[in-house]
Design a protein around this ligand. Structure first.
Ligand code: ADP
Length: 645
């Protein structure tokens, strides 16, 4: 896994703290706000519903007061007296005055749609409707022998009103009156009836029709259209046709379904769990499961009954009462974005203030890698500063150690040089000593022979030949030494590596045959040409092959050549005596030899080593004493130089 940098770690740490805290905080605010808003909205709509129900009660009270006042007016007292006395003339005058009185009442209170005075049988004696007197006509009717406007005696409402005790009032259903000779209904209204008694005698019934539009306006004003709606519902389980009908609704098409034939009732429009509450409790709050709107209701019964009356319902739209929540959500979201940006900026700032000095340390350490005397230049006094100071101290100590090591190594090198010069001088002396001694002995022998005069020409010739042989041996030793010392650059040219190897094979073949060593060569794949001094490489091959043959009498020497990427490998494997572990470090030293005196000069490998270095190559050795030795010559394949030819 890729390791995270300080910046990312700081960012993750800060965001890791900020984001969950932010989410929790936002959720808390939103939930709390929603709860408070719902509670407030619940209280508000509940108050609205209760106030509306209160308003309806006041309207009804007002109508009842009006009716009572009318019933107690002098005109009605005069009627009672006249009705009890049975004086027709007086009665006629009273009724005529009553018409005017009713007109006056109506003018005073426009909510009064109609006022009727009805005799105990049901004949309407006086009727004022919408500012006009409806004239009584036709034959006189019992019990007062007065003409009637029309007859209502068969109606339940009149019958019930007639039975009422004194001063009590009967209130009808809220409904739309049928307009005479018209299809249409008049606006909603409600009737209030009061029995008229003279002593114990029932002399008639006073009925007022009150327009319902005041109640309708009151309901429609409860809540603004964009905020929700309000409607008045009838609770009347005893009358299935009326139970749940809308009495007032902003959509007038659904009002009074029982009269207009509309199917719209709250029982059809709302889920039962809601309407059950409306039809049974005095007030309460429910939520519409479909819209999540809040619904508050308040019950009022003008009839003084629990199972018959009017339910004011206020429907507050969810969007309205939870409207501020959307703003809070927006603000919380905005706040979250601001906090995340701030957290990111702060974390980047902190990470920067942390990584900048660290980067200074890294740069300083890098500079120290290139220039050991360089030191970290950092001025902060915090932990990073301490770290830099410690690294500087460590670098000082290491530099001192390195310098000390160099000094010691230099001393060792000097000692080794002296030792190897001594060894070389000893080897050289040893090598030269034998042929020089031979030359001296031969020369002395020849001089003695010449001085004695007994020396024949032939033996002198032989001695001189031997002297020449020994001298050329000395010069070959000196030549090898010179070529090691000179480490000549060589003359590079393009060569086929196999040809050079075959040439070397040819040069050592006689020796191999003499020691019965089988020489083999294997190569893998096509080999590129080499750009180097061919004579030198051939000489290297000869030196290695001669050593291998010398170490492997009766065995085999196998050479394999392999080209790899930009280098070529020559492996010389023999099955000979191997090299002792303690000699492995020394075989490339000049004059190191394990061969018998006169057999080896100890210069072959050291000269080869120097030549290969000059070619940019190297030589490696691996050996198992008693099993064999492998020398590997590694040379660069310089294609660029090759192409430039
Ligand atoms: P010289 O052959 O004159 O001894 P070199 O420098 O060529 O000098 O070799 C040094 C020594 O390395 C040899 O004397 C021998 O002991 C050891 N040597 C080199 N090649 C081999 C080999 N193939 N097997 C065993 N010993 C080896």
């Amino acid at each position: 896994m890729q390791r995270l940098g300080i910046r990312r770690k700081t960012l993750i740490a800060l965001l890791g703290v900020a984001v969950p805290a932010l989410i929790a905080f936002s959720a808390l605010i939103i939930l709390t706000t929603a709860h408070i808003l719902q509670q407030n909205a619940g209280r508000q709509v509940s108050t609205l519903a209760s106030r509306s129900a209160q308003g309806l009660a006041e309207l009804v009270d007002h109508s009842q007061t009006t009716l009572r006042t009318m019933a107690g007016s002098p005109e009605l007292d005069a009627f009672r007296t006249a009705a009890l006395g049975g004086n027709q003339l007086q009665l006629k005058t009273v009724l005529a005055r009553m018409e005017q009185s009713f007109l006056g009442w109506q003018k005073l209170d426009p909510a009064l749609q109609a006022i009727r005075l009805i005799d105990p049988v049901g004949h309407v004696l006086v009727k004022v409707k919408e500012g006009k007197v409806n004239q009584a006509a036709g034959p006189p009717q019992q019990p007062y022998q007065m003409p009637m406007v029309h007859f209502v005696g068969g109606r339940d409402f009149f019958q019930a009103a007639l039975q009422l005790p004194q001063n009590s009032i009967l209130i009808s259903n809220l409904e739309r009156g049928k307009i005479d000779e018209e299809e249409a209904f008049c606006p909603a209204m409600v009737r209030f009836a009061m029995p008229l008694l003279a002593g114990n005698k029932r002399v008639g019934v006073l009925v007022i029709n009150v327009w319902g539009d005041q109640a309708g306006r009151l309901i429609n004003r409860v809540i603004a259209e964009q905020e929700g709606s309000a409607f008045l519902v009838e609770r009347n389980p005893a009358d299935k046709k009326r139970n749940g009908i809308y009495l007032f609704h902003r959509d007038t098409a659904c009002e009074f379904g029982d009269q207009t034939g509309s199917q719209r009732t709250v029982l059809n429009d709302y889920p039962p769990e809601i309407t059950t509450a409306w039809m049974n409790s005095d007030h309460g709050i429910t939520r519409d499961p479909r819209t999540r709107d809040m619904l508050a209701h308040a019950f009022y019964s003008p009839y003084g009954q629990q199972d018959r009356g009017w339910v004011v319902v206020v429907n507050a739209k969810r969007d309205f009462f939870l409207g501020p929540l959307a703003t809070i959500k927006r603000l919380t979201g905005l706040w979250a974005v601001v906090v995340v940006i701030l957290a990111t900026a702060v974390s980047l700032f902190f990470a920067r203030s942390l990584t900048r000095p660290l980067q200074g340390v890294v740069d300083g350490v890098r500079r120290m890698g290139q220039q050991p005397q360089e030191r970290i230049r950092i001025a902060v006094g915090d932990e990073v500063g301490f770290l830099a100071a410690e690294i500087n101290r460590m670098a000082d100590a290491m530099q001192e150690q390195a310098e000390e090591k160099l000094r010691v190594e230099e001393q060792i090198r000097t000692t080794e040089k002296l030792a190897s010069i001594g060894e070389m001088a000893a080897g050289l002396a040893h090598e030269l000593n034998t042929p020089l001694g031979n030359i001296k002995a031969l020369a002395l022998l020849a001089r003695k022979g010449v001085a004695q005069g007994g020396c024949d020409r032939e033996s002198l010739q032989g001695d001189l030949d031997d002297i020449a042989d020994q001298a050329s041996k000395c010069s070959s030793i000196i030549g090898g030494l010179l070529s090691f010392a000179r480490r000549s650059e060589g003359v590079p040219a393009s060569h086929d590596p196999l040809t050079l190897l075959q040439d070397a094979f040819a040069l050592v073949r006689l020796r191999a045959e003499k020691l019965q060593v089988a020489l083999q060569c294997t190569e893998t794949g096509p080999l590129p040409r080499l750009y180097l001094d061919g004579d030198q490489l051939r000489q290297v091959f000869v030196n290695i092959l001669l050593n291998a043959i010398d170490a492997t009498p009766g065995g085999s020497v196998t050479v394999s050549v392999q080209a790899e990427a930009d280098r070529m490998l020559f492996r010389f494997c023999d099955t000979g005596c191997g090299i002792q572990a303690e000699h492995l470090d020394r075989i490339f030293d000049p004059f190191f030899t394990t061969k018998e005196v006169g057999q080896g000069t100890g210069l072959g490998l050291s000269v080869s080593y120097g030549m290969l270095q000059g070619m940019g190559g190297q030589i490696e050795v691996a050996s198992q004493p008693g099993t064999g030795t492998t020398f590997t010559v590694i040379l660069p394949v310089n294609t660029a130089a090759e192409n430039s030819l």
